[in-house]
Design a protein around this ligand. Structure first.
Ligand code: ADP
Ligand code: ZN
Ligand code: ZN
Length: 805
């Protein structure tokens, strides 16, 4: 068994297979599937993943592996297999799938070190290890690297928990350490000592008492100082007396570490919750895979069902993954899980630095936690004994990755659920049509929660026709009903959330005389006005230019911005309701780390009357004093060139409406729109998912879209328009002639965004019910254009597109 099959880090079609390498003598038995190695590849040395070990190869002269990067597999058997599956499902490269499952820190530059975890066992350690660690607890990998016997020993001792390998990410901040104080004697001795201390040493006594009364052996110095509001001097005195000792210990860069979470206990479940949790608990008990759809409006108590299911899983010694949309991964959300399960929860989201993400991942890898709460990629958490996977807000499109590999976390969840024989729970008030249809068919088990907690009804929703407002001479962005309600809330001291589905100061600049719109010279989309910088910017490619004073086309000075952005709304409120205190939340005000949390806390503490924001305030927030929610323009999403635009509008409006009246005070919602008659708007205002589902299913059936048909989208881009058109044409023709008659091939057509960064974009859409060979044909196509794709041609294939742009 001296041949390793290696996937090398070259994301390209022709290298997308395992290459054989010879395992050199000194690494024999050390290299296992799932470890990373460095191998010679052409003139270069590359990183690669070992996927298999074999005893023979068809190749005669094999090159040897140059370097071993991991001692323990970084991808276990399940994840290796899953990587293959993701690759096949998404038509991506194997290397991309593997990398998507690991924290970015492992791709960055890092140095390895070996650390002795149990220094107290030093004297009983093998002499090789004693020699290694005689100068310190950590030793650079370079001292081990060429000593196979030592490596073998270390590999053994990792399993025993004596040593471990650390990856120290360079330039991204090292492992953080802090000073930890240890009591250097028994509790009895400490008590004796306390008695013998002089009265003047009151501060020292206090420190010692802290250890004794809290039953602590150790405590981080900083916590002790905070809790006792004491200085360093009594600590120093105790250290000098040898009663305390101090060590530098690793702190995980957990951004939540300083927050103390109030522990919560399980609530007695309502009848509906009990009925919903029963089948889930049964699946956990009997180790059976089943997909559940926990279908309940916001505030119906889904989270409590998640928490109590997880508790059962933990009792069985198993682990849980909870996916939450990036945007709802708020501190409030995290608190609910940490409050129940304390430090056994890891949190993974994109707000963390590379180092922080790596720390959280490592807690999972080392099995120091058994619950992970995270955004999409947390679905790859390297747990080995999963007992449940929960996907909250399963309809959120952020669960689909929009770059290679273009996987959907729901599909991965179901794959892993089958592998581990455990339940997968999808939760939503507005499930995707695909999911609800499967539940209706019985493929998933439907678990409804129909009532809101504490007998709260759904808030009243009023739709305001903005065309009518205009006809009556109201040119403001606030309709009369919304404005009156805003005034009313201000008077009563209640809070309002105003929702706008846009960012920036305003959208586009248009000439009122000739209709000229300022657009990006490269992307064919209108530029967005950023008032604070007096610039117009392209949101696709980043192009920017100063605001013009005169129309470039007709020289008129009647050229100004149109549309509305959060900044503009903020100003407008300032004019009409000058006494209102406003917190604005959008990409601009929340780009700094922690800003998001600060603004929400301030609003929660009543430091503002109005919370104004974009999508990011649509979900998950729960403030008792919010009694009014206003949607300024419901239409922005409705007119996107996307077959899911009605569904997305319905989901969004329903979510937003759920923000009002969650507590004792009744809530009201005002939706302003230019298309009040649209069924998404109307049914969302009635909280009527069932009718929406029926109507939208009818539309999907009529126009042959999911869940009746599968959709695959091919996008071709190239700097030359003629080339793009010609290639997309050839692709469409090839597919038409090979696929079945029932399959529909649309295109070639210009993409909704026909040009990005000077590249023209064309697309071809395939709608099909059953095409077992489709992936083969698509792979053929990629093969065929391989050479051109190494130059300027780009072909992206999305087997389940959520963004059609
Ligand atoms: P969802 O996740 O469906 O939006 P939540 O789980 O947030 O709903 O529940 C809404 C509110 O009701 C929360 O404040 C929660 O603590 C409370 N709640 C949930 N279940 C119960 C219960 N069985 N008894 C009392 N309060 C509950
Ligand atoms: Zn003009
Ligand atoms: Zn652009």
């Amino acid at each position: 068994m001296n041949i390793a099959k290696v996937i090398v880090d070259v994301p390209a079609r022709q290298t997308d297979r395992a290459f054989d390498y010879l395992i050199p003598e000194q690494y024999l038995g050390l290299i296992q599937p799932g470890v990373r190695v460095v191998v010679p590849f052409g003139p270069r040395s590359l990183q690669g993943f070992v996927v298999d070990i074999d005893s023979s190869s068809d190749i005669e002269k094999l090159k040897p592996i140059q370097e071993l990067l991991d001692i323990e597999p970084i991808l276990n058997q399940e994840l290796l297999q899953l990587g293959g599956w993701v690759t096949d499902q998404t038509l991506s490269y194997q290397i991309s799938s593997f990398q998507a499952m690991l924290p970015a820190a492992l791709k960055a530059k890092y140095e390895k070190e070996v650390e002795l975890l149990k220094p107290d066992l030093f004297s009983s350690m093998p002499s090789l290890l004693q020699a290694l660690f005689q100068r310190g607890l950590t030793v650079p990998w370079s001292e081990v690297e060429n000593k196979p016997n030592l490596i073998r020993l270390i590999q053994k001792e990792i399993k025993n928990g004596l040593v471990e390998i650390n990856y120290v990410v360079k330039a991204k901040g090292k492992k953080k350490t802090h000073k930890v104080l240890y009591l250097n004697c028994s509790k009895e001795e400490a008590l004796q000592f306390l008695d013998s201390m002089k009265a003047q040493a009151a501060r020292q006594k206090e420190v010692l008492e802290y250890f004794i009364t809290n039953q602590l052996d150790k405590v981080p110095r900083i916590f002790l100082k905070q809790d006792l509001s004491t200085t360093d001097s009594p600590i120093k005195a105790l250290l000098e007396k040898g009663i305390l000792i101090e060590k530098d210990e690793e702190v995980y860069r957990d951004p939540h570490q300083d927050r103390k979470f109030k522990r919560t206990t399980p609530l007695p479940l309502t009848i509906e919750q009990t009925n919903a949790i029963k089948p889930i608990l049964a699946s956990i008990e009997t180790n059976q895979h089943q997909v559940y759809l926990l279908y309940g409006v916001t505030g119906s108590g889904k989270t409590e069902v998640y928490l109590q299911s997880i508790e059962e899983v933990l009792k069985k010694g198993k682990q849980a993954i909870v996916l939450v949309p990036e945007i709802s991964l708020t501190p409030q959300m995290v608190e609910r899980f940490k409050g129940r399960f304390g430090s056994s929860v890891a949190v993974l989201h994109s707000g963390l630095s590379i180092g922080e993400k790596y720390d959280e991942w490592r807690k999972i890898y080392r099995k120091e936690v058994n619950v992970v709460v995270g955004a999409r990629s947390a679905i790859f958490a390297p747990f080995e004994n999963l007992g449940i996977i929960i996907i909250d807000e399963e309809h959120e499109s952020s669960y689909k990755q929009e770059e290679n590999p273009r996987y959907h976390a729901r599909d991965v969840a179901i794959y892993r659920g089958k592998y581990h024989d455990c339940p997968v729970v999808l939760g939503s008030a507005t499930p995707t049509l695909e999911t609800f249809a499967r539940a209706k068919k019985g493929l998933y088990e439907l678990l409804p929660l129909t009532k809101r907690m504490h007998d709260k009804g759904m808030p009243d929703v009023e739709i305001v026709d903005m065309r009518e407002e205009l006809r009556q001479g109201n040119r403001s962005m606030f309709s009369t009903p919304l404005f009156e309600k805003l005034q009313d809330r201000l008077q009563k001291g209640e809070q309002t959330v105003l929702f706008l589905n846009r960012r920036g100061y305003s959208t586009f600049i248009m000439c009122r005389d000739c209709g000229f719109v300022v657009t990006c010279p490269e992307c064919d989309i209108s530029l967005t006005y950023h008032r604070s910088q007096q610039l117009v910017k392209c949101h696709y490619c980043g192009y920017e230019e100063p605001v013009v004073k005169n129309c470039p086309s007709c020289q008129s000075d009647h050229i100004r911005f149109f549309g509305t952005g959060t900044q503009k709304v903020e100003e407008e409120i300032g004019k009409v309701l000058p006494e209102a205190r406003i917190i604005r939340m959008d990409v601009d005000t929340t780009s700094r780390k922690g800003a998001h949390e600060k603004l929400l806390t301030a609003f929660g503490e009543g430091k503002a009357d109005i919370l104004l924001g974009t999508q990011m305030i649509a979900k998950g927030l729960d403030f008792p004093r919010v009694t009014l929610v206003g949607v300024l323009t419901a239409d922005t999403m409705l007119h996107l060139p996307d077959f899911r635009s009605s569904e997305k509008t319905f989901q969004l409006l329903t979510q937003v409406s759920g923000r009002a009246g969650r507590h004792d005070l009744p809530g009201e919602v005002v939706i302003q729109t230019y298309t009040p008659e649209h069924y998404s708007v109307e049914l969302a205002s009635q909280h009527n998912y069932q009718d929406f589902y029926m109507l939208e299913m009818g539309m999907r059936k009529l126009h042959q879209y999911p869940p009746f048909y599968y959709v695959t989208l091919i996008t071709v881009s190239h700097p030359e328009l003629t080339k793009v058109v010609a290639i997309t044409e050839k692709i469409s023709t090839y597919l038409r002639s090979n696929l079945s008659n029932q399959t529909i091939v649309l295109g070639p057509s210009a993409s909704p965004i026909p040009r990005i960064k000077n590249r023209y974009r064309y697309q071809c859409m395939i709608k099909y019910k059953d095409e077992p060979k489709l992936k083969l044909y698509l792979k053929d196509l990629l093969e065929h254009y391989q050479r051109e794709m190494q130059q300027d041609l780009q072909i992206t294939i999305d087997m389940n597109p959520y963004m059609i742009m």
